[in-house]
Design a binder for this molecule. Structure first.
Ligand code: MN
Length: 496
């Protein structure tokens, strides 16, 4: 897959004006360079590029236009070290298309009480310079992330990092192609949606490919590459007895490897980084892809079962945003509940396709019959998910708009045995508790399919929703049903 995270750039634009004279402007540029240097040392994963100080309407317009058209620039950080009269920003901002972080910082951390004089005041004006700038942003209704504090503080740098990941996500969602093998699962509502509206709002495209065309790729996979992948399976997972060499189901493993290779080459050929399939349309495929989808997800592909293109796109994007973080992101489905008083939890799983990036321990490779679909027994990876804080995220189409629903959960350690359950699984406790958390999800219209993330926070996903202009609902430790109902009503008006 094309992974261009290293070529991404965030531009740092310092606003000023010519009024101050060359001496002050030289200082402005030097101080900005020092801040950029610090951020590049501390802040990953995207490089910050210092741009010349913006001092006039024309310079600001030029910088904004360049930011739009530069292939690598995915966002700008703005800071008014001095006072930059904001009418100079109007034409640039009117045309700006990339996301903005307004860094309300100051070069010095402390007021130098003993030394402070009018020269110092002349240079260090962000306390009021940034207000002038923020006013025009508010008046022009320009979305931006505001980060307040000294640039060397941990809280500031970590907020900048999180925001950079959102910019990566926005770039990913704009450039994504989702392949659908087969249509939506018959009669299912929530996995449907307006693909044209999605492309207009998010940028990703969703198109259908014939299962038979995929099968042609699978059939042309060579014996050698199939054998090589089977060996990789043997090295990477503990294989069930019947899948080992001379085992009764060895052929299923060989067939699964062939499917995986064929799917990879098909997706590469059509430059699709996410896909859906459905057990109702597998014509010519011997088994529903299990291990193939699991391993493709682990490599960063988006996947949605039963034609769920929205979850597939979201999974790809969240995996891109989580680049380099420990923990994983997986397609997920709320499967069944444990209602024992005091020990309530949700068992999350799918019939096959859970991503091993969320796994806790050694991964078993097994083959079992699948009750639906009427195909041969599919090979799958079976494991328990890691414990720890997590979120479930769902993107739904409400008919006239999309809604992003984010639910904070506590991922639990899987201590029980599931001797008869042939799927990967996760256990979690919804916040604030089972009763309110689930009621809130149902009220919000969240899907049964989600992206389960161990490494992106609810705050980040809320920021991502805002960045995309999406209605965003967060269910967390503070959720109460009365105010959620109010929020949903007010949102109904706001998004009309
Ligand atoms: Mn499902």
């Amino acid at each position: 897959m094309n992974n261009k995270i290293s070529s991404y750039e965030i531009w740092f634009i310092t606003g000023s004006q010519t009024l101050y004279g060359d001496e002050t402007l030289k200082k402005v540029a030097q101080n900005a360079a020092q801040i950029v240097g610090y951020l590049n040392e501390k802040v990953l994963p995207v490089q910050v590029i210092l741009k010349p100080t913006a001092k006039s309407t024309e310079e600001i317009f030029g910088l904004c236009r360049e930011a739009n058209y530069d292939e690598n620039c995915i966002g700008i950080i703005t800071w008014m070290h001095t006072f930059s009269p904001a009418k100079m920003w109007i034409s640039g901002l009117k045309n700006l298309q990339v996301s903005m972080l307004h860094l309300h910082t100051q070069f010095n951390q402390d007021i130098p009480f003993e030394k402070i004089d009018m020269d110092f005041m002349n240079l260090n004006q962000s306390a009021h310079g940034d207000r002038e700038f923020a006013h025009i942003l508010t008046r022009m209704k320009i979305h931006r992330k505001i980060v307040v504090g000294h640039y060397q503080s941990e809280s500031v740098t970590s907020k900048i990092q999180d925001w950079m990941r959102l910019c990566v996500g926005k770039d990913a969602i704009q450039n994504l192609k989702v392949a659908r093998f087969g249509d939506n699962m018959r009669y299912v509502s929530v996995t449907e949606g307006d693909k044209v509206a999605a492309e207009m709002q998010f940028g990703f495209s969703v198109n259908t490919y014939g299962v038979g065309d995929l099968v042609a790729y699978i059939n042309s996979v060579s014996e050698q590459s199939t054998q090589d992948l089977v060996h990789l399976y043997e090295k990477s997972y503990s294989l069930a007895k019947d899948l080992q060499a001379n085992g009764q189901k060895r052929n299923s493993l060989i067939e699964a490897a062939r499917i995986e290779i064929g799917m990879r080459s098909f997706l590469n050929a059509y430059e699709c980084n996410a896909y859906t399939n459905t057990f109702e349309d597998l014509h010519g495929l011997s088994q529903l892809p299990g291990i193939a989808s699991q391993r493709l997800m682990a490599d960063g592909y988006g996947f949605g079962a039963e034609g769920d293109w929205k979850t597939s796109a979201l999974l790809y994007v969240m995996k891109k945003m989580a680049f380099g973080l420990s923990g994983g992101n997986s397609f997920m489905e709320d499967y069944t509940y444990h209602f024992e008083a005091g020990g309530e939890m949700v068992l999350g799983s799918h019939m096959l396709e859970i991503c091993p990036s969320i796994a806790n321990e050694n991964i078993q490779c097994e083959v079992h019959p699948l009750g639906i679909g009427g195909k041969a027994d599919p090979v799958r990876l079976v494991f328990n998910a890691k414990e720890g804080p997590a979120i479930n995220v769902s993107l739904v189409d409400l008919g006239h708009r999309f809604r992003l629903i984010i639910h904070k959960v506590a991922g639990l350690k899987v201590e029980k045995q599931f001797p008869l359950l042939p799927t990967a699984r996760a256990l979690w406790k919804p916040l604030p508790n089972m009763e309110i958390g689930l009621e809130a999800w149902l009220l919000s219209g969240g899907a049964h399919h989600t992206v389960y993330s161990q490494n992106l926070s609810a705050e980040m996903m809320e920021g991502f929703g805002e960045m995309l202009g999406l209605e965003t609902i967060v269910i967390d430790e503070n959720t109460d049903i009365q105010s959620l109902k109010q929020t949903l009503k007010i949102n109904e008006m706001y998004h009309r």
